[in-house]
Write a new protein. Structure first.
Length: 371
């Protein structure tokens, strides 16, 4: 849960437990003279031996554990892994799929990507100090999260973003500044749509830009909860639609090809109100909506409409505008079925938080206490 949905825990980064001592000593405390040893542990980012994973966020942890349980019980063998490993750092693509390549680092770095018979280089200028991470993005998906905190951390750019398409069985590798990156946590995240490759220089997340409807007990005709936080000033709306594969094709029509937009519209899910587009709630604000008639195993893609600018952006870069001949990606993965959109033509400030969207396939079932 901490790896795929970091927002399930409030990370404690200040403090220590260096409180051990021996008797006797020069300092009086609790009626005894003691000598502090200075031995113990100091809190820091992520897991540490002073505060562990941090304090749990009950709502988000419950959502994450519910999603994990149903994924492992009902979909463990039916949803292909993002990447398959054969040991010694060798990876192959688990499906025909489009994958986001997201660089996260303090400074500039160069990412080498090997995808089948092709190779590419992604130059990243580094991540701004207060760019959104998965914990912040996830915790913003709560109705009582303060909108002032959301807008305070605006216009903070992420690192470099690319996108590649692979066939089933294609070899795959990531290098960072010429060093082969390792994906040691892949067994924890593979089932949930992403794999993190790391070296001492930084991290590269490889993620699908689509969600798989892992519903309760693999039931059909379910309701999916959509949580949305907006951090862009324009009027925005998001549409969810069903695709045939992880590369985004619909009836043999690939993203960006003629007829794709009409095919996506025909496959669009409706909300409880009958709409096929969910309007953003406004700058800094939050809204929750419900998608109807979601079947187990549906592959769900999305597009963003910026009605202020009259622009449409797809989760598949090849369907978007090009800058210097390269298609522009407009979506960033923040963990368990959570993505953030960039709403500016050409990439804008690359903060990928103008509309942050989470799809929850299990919370609406039964008593719906987690909605």
């Amino acid at each position: 849960a901490a790896k795929i949905a970091p927002a399930a825990f409030n990370d404690v980064t200040l403090g220590n437990n260096t409180s051990s001592y021996f008797l006797p000593g020069d300092y009086l405390t609790g009626g005894q003279h003691v000598s502090p040893t200075g031995y113990g542990y100091v809190a820091g980012p992520d897991y540490d031996l002073a505060t562990g994973l941090g304090s749990p966020n009950g709502l988000l942890l419950a959502r994450a554990l519910t999603a994990i349980a149903h994924s492992e019980m009902s979909f463990d063998d039916s949803v292909p892994q993002v990447l398959n490993s054969y040991g010694a750092g060798d990876w192959t693509s688990g499906a025909l799929q489009s994958l986001l390549i997201q660089a996260v680092s303090d400074g500039a770095l160069t990412v080498g990507v090997t995808a089948g018979s092709t190779s590419a280089v992604l130059a990243s200028a580094g991540t701004d100090a207060f760019a959104w991470d998965a914990r912040f993005a996830g915790q913003s998906q709560q109705s009582d999260f303060q909108s002032d905190l959301v807008t305070l951390f605006d216009m903070q750019g992420q690192g470099g973003l690319g996108q590649v398409t692979l066939d089933l069985g294609d070899t795959f590798a990531i290098s960072i500044d010429g060093v082969d990156a390792q994906a040691v946590t892949a067994p924890l995240t593979n089932q949930f749509g992403f794999v993190d490759f790391e070296t001492a220089a930084g991290l590269v997340r490889v993620a699908r830009p689509v969600a798989v409807a892992e519903t309760v007990n693999a039931l059909d005709d379910q309701t999916a909860v959509v949580n949305i936080r907006q951090n862009g000033a324009d009027s925005l709306a998001v549409t969810f639609y069903r695709v045939d594969d992880f590369a985004g094709s619909i009836g043999g029509v690939a993203p960006g090809a003629a007829g794709y937009e009409a095919a996506a519209e025909a496959r669009a899910y409706q909300t409880t109100g009958g709409a096929t587009a969910i309007a953003g709630p406004g700058y800094g604000e939050y809204v929750q909506a419900m998608l109807q008639d979601v079947d187990a195993g549906d592959i769900i893609a999305m597009k963003l409409a910026d009605t202020t600018q009259g622009r449409t952006y797809w989760a598949f870069a090849q369907a978007n505008e090009r800058v210097d001949g390269t298609p522009v990606g407009h979506i960033w993965n923040y963990g368990l079925n959570t993505w953030g959109f960039e709403d500016t033509y050409g990439g804008g400030d690359h903060d990928y938080n103008d509309l942050v969207v989470n799809i929850d396939f299990t919370s609406a079932y039964g008593n719906a206490w987690l909605v």
